[in-house]
Design a binder for this molecule. Structure first.
Ligand code: IPE
Ligand code: IPE
Ligand code: MG
Length: 251
């Protein structure tokens, strides 16, 4: 029996975020180089997009490259950028046919021009779609994002566009790369690591965290459904007590 049969379609998270980790270890287990692992990670990206769209998730954020990943060996960074450009070129038609929209979040200025051009083209080609929005976190880190937001707010205060008193959670949200996108209810990390690695620190404040031992290239649709089932088995209290939640559920 597939886990999908146990999913309550009315309680599917609107936004799921994934730290796609373990490509290097997957490759090492096979005695190959890390790049081979990254190449195989592409299939897992396809699987996750398919599964998310299938059950009606609205937003899927995939952590593809962190600002810290720029410190990896040059051959690995170059290979990752090349892979990205190829994936973007090869997958656009399929994503278009599947009504998927695309958004890139991250520090564009640090990305090679060619990568920016290709991803921009892809975003444009998918812009008329209305289904699942896939957000690719590329050269992304929360510290970069939050510092950027604080700078923009400071400029707007200086220009008199806003007053310091106007700064609220909602206003801060609107200065982030994820402005107008609901916060993820569920964050999945593969490969057994149990840290956030500078990913959506503000947005994950109340997310359910799900960690699996599976290495990213092995992550399949069933694994995605399993994470959703696990999420649905949890009680999300937001500071309240169980008894309070039971009362509101009875109403
Ligand atoms: C995740 O896999 C992909 C990126 C960070 C780009 P890793 O490359 O981190 O794989 P491990 O963690 O070394 O196994
Ligand atoms: C986080 O994975 C970044 C991405 C998945 C893109 P890393 O493998 O780079 O994270 P750390 O260094 O183990 O924390
Ligand atoms: Mg890793």
């Amino acid at each position: 029996m597939s886990c999908i049969d146990n999913i309550n379609i009315k309680r599917v998270p609107r936004h799921v975020a994934i730290i796609m980790d373990g490509n290097g270890r997957w490759a090492k287990q096979r005695g190959t180089n890390r790049i081979f692992g990254h190449e195989h990670g592409v299939e897992a990206v396809r699987n996750s997009i398919k599964a998310a769209a299938h059950i009606g998730v609205e937003y899927l954020t995939l952590y593809a490259f962190s600002t810290e990943n720029w410190s990896r060996p040059k051959y690995e960074v170059d290979a990752l950028m090349r892979l990205l450009v190829n994936v973007v070129k090869n997958e656009t038609d399929e994503l278009k046919a599947n009504n998927v929209q695309l958004k890139i979040i991250g520090d564009r200025q640090s990305l090679p021009k060619k990568v920016c051009r290709e991803v921009d083209k892809m975003v444009e080609k998918l812009s008329a779609n209305t289904g699942l929005t896939v957000l690719i976190a590329l050269s992304y880190s929360s510290h970069w994002e939050i510092i950027n937001a604080v700078k923009s707010i400071a400029y707007d205060v200086k220009k008199g566009k806003i007053e310091p008193e106007d700064i609220s959670r909602e206003l801060f949200d609107s200065y982030l790369a994820t402005a107008e996108i609901p916060n993820p209810e569920l964050m999945i990390r593969t490969s057994g690591e149990t840290r956030l690695s500078n990913f959506l620190l503000w947005q994950l404040a109340y997310a359910e965290l799900y960690f699996t031992q599976k290495l990213w290239p092995d992550f399949c649709e069933e694994d995605f459904y399993q994470a959703i089932c696990n999420y649905q088995s949890r009680e999300r209290r937001f500071g309240k007590t169980s008894e309070q939640l039971e009362k509101t559920n009875l109403k």
